[in-house]
Design a protein. Structure first.
Length: 524
């Protein structure tokens, strides 16, 4: 087995996972196939380029009582990678499964699966802390038992992390399982959380798991199947997930898109142009008999998932995964909370984000302040030694970048930049203060932003600029004031607590040459 990473952004990554039956790209969603009631002809998966599917070893065993185990690829009519779940989810639903943990390990080997899950003990959604603790210990115990029994090294074994909503337990479980030699790790039973849209808890769970597990191995999230949430879980470091949602939603006439779920009954036109939607209309689809409709809807739903995975991979390649998260957050209030929670872990995300990206980034507003590049900039700013006791010249950072190349700034900068007693700083919307030293570093010159003329943003950014200026204890401050931002900054600088000597020059109506002349005269 090998897991090779080709690209990273935030905690998300593009990788290739190789099993004994072939390779597939991650992030990947395993479509879950009911072995006793397959909805789609396996031919469809092949045609759609889906190279790995998942089924349930326990249901397979139960559906064939008394029969000898048969190759799962043959049973499903699928020759590429097949992953099998162990039936742990059924434990969660029915309390017991009537099969021993060791039995299900051997069974998965006999049916020649490619990726197999040990029979863990799901914590579930409603367990209290004590019960959660027990499920974590029991899962670790079962893991040891399974590892002793495993004979086939050509199968990739999955070690599930439990703990449920008890984040400390998830963290403990991740460290425990991480010590054991599994090829893949998985995070258990968040399905109910996702259904209840408790994305805040889900974020903490994934971060806790990711923190404790070895980063060289892929992380699987059980039961995530709505394309709208894929960017978020990928951004947190989930490489794979599995779901039957595409089929379950189809059964009840629901149409999945990256923006949300729609009722087929209410759709007038398909905006999707997948091979299904392109060849029929919502009206025609409604008139089909229920089996046929379920099939077509399942196919569209699945293609919507895979189209979203492509979009995510492309976002990782261009370094724009954060932009995708913000885009989704604006589209749906539930996802706004999802992003707000992710923002709380921005320092963690920062550690994994490449320092240089193939393209510039975008700054849309407040949420963008927490993207890793901005967090990193804040840290870099705080480390600049900044000589004290100089004169500080504050210039407006407009759309032109680097900021000093703005034709209205250049005449001033070129006459002052070499003076030992002057420190130049631009006040900007995306970054707040930008000292001359950082003006040409990534991603400052490559950041797209806009001025929303929001007084709150001006205040926030002016505060940051003022804090930077105060840190330098300057002899005097020259503020080339422009617009409302400049006025807000002026107020902030001459605030009651500060003893700064601020000299204000209006940018509007004064020529840069005259401005710099008057600054030089005053510098003495
Ligand atoms: Zn479609």
């Amino acid at each position: 087995m090998s897991f090779q990473v080709q690209g990273k952004d935030l905690l998300g990554r593009i990788g290739t996972l190789t099993t004994k039956s072939g390779s597939f790209q991650t992030p990947h969603m395993f479509p879950v196939v009911d072995p006793n009631r397959p909805v789609l002809d396996p031919k469809f998966y092949r045609e759609a380029g889906i190279k790995a599917i998942m089924t349930n070893a326990y249901l397979l065993k139960r559906g064939r009582p008394g029969q000898l185990p048969k190759d799962v690829h043959g049973t499903l009519g699928f020759k590429d990678t097949v992953a099998t779940d162990s039936g742990a989810y059924q434990i969660l639903e029915y309390g017991h499964v009537g099969v021993k943990p060791s039995e299900i390990v051997t069974y998965q080997e006999k049916i020649d699966t490619d990726i197999a899950v040990i029979l863990d003990f799901p914590t579930g959604f409603h367990s209290d802390a004590r019960r959660a603790r027990w499920t974590v210990d029991e899962t670790a115990r079962r893991a040891d038992e399974a590892l002793k029994r495993i004979k086939r090294k050509d199968i990739l074994w999955v070690g599930p992390v439990q703990g449920g909503v008890h984040i400390k337990e998830v963290a403990r479980s991740a460290v425990e399982m991480g010590k054991r030699p599994f090829s893949i790790y998985a995070l258990g039973s968040p399905t109910e959380l996702m259904e209840a849209q408790r994305f805040d808890v889900l974020v903490d769970m994934i971060v806790a798991a990711k923190n404790g597990l070895p980063h060289s191995r892929p992380l699987h999230l059980f039961g995530a199947g709505h394309p709208a949430m894929f960017p978020f879980i990928v951004a947190l470091g989930c490489d794979m997930f599995d779901s039957a949602a595409y089929a379950l939603y189809a059964r009840t006439g629901r149409y999945l898109t990256s923006d949300g779920t729609y009722e087929l009954a209410q759709i007038e036109e398909f905006s999707c142009l997948c091979r299904i939607c392109d060849s029929t209309t919502p009206g025609e689809m409604r008139r089909l008999d229920s089996d046929e409709r379920e099939q077509l809807l399942s196919k569209h739903n699945l293609l919507a998932c895979f189209s979203e995975l492509r979009r995510i991979r492309e976002a990782i390649r261009t370094g724009h995964l954060w932009e995708l998260l913000e885009h989704r957050a604006y589209a749906n209030p539930a996802f706004e909370k999802f992003l707000a929670k992710i923002v709380q872990h921005s320092a963690f995300l920062e550690r994994f984000t490449p320092t240089v990206k193939p393209r510039g980034i975008s700054h849309f507003g407040e949420a963008s302040d927490h993207r890793p590049e901005m967090v990193r900039y804040g840290v870099r700013m705080s480390r600049i030694p900044g000589e004290r006791g100089k004169a500080v010249v504050l210039l407006p950072g407009r759309w032109r970048r680097p900021y000093h190349e703005d034709p209205r700034n250049l005449p001033i900068v070129s006459k002052l930049a070499n003076r030992a007693n002057v420190s130049i700083c631009f006040y900007t919307i995306p970054f707040g203060p930008v000292p001359m030293e950082l003006d040409e570093t990534f991603p400052l010159a490559q950041t797209e932003s806009f001025d929303s003329h929001d007084p709150r943003i001006y205040e926030q950014k002016a505060e940051q600029v003022a804090a930077w200026v105060k840190r330098l204890s300057p002899k005097q401050v020259f503020l080339i004031s422009e617009g409302e931002y400049g006025a807000t900054l002026g107020k902030e600088l001459s605030g009651a607590t500060s003893n700064l000597k601020v000299i204000r020059v209006q940018a509007k109506g004064s020529k840069p040459d005259r401005t710099v002349g008057s600054i030089i005269r005053r510098l003495g």
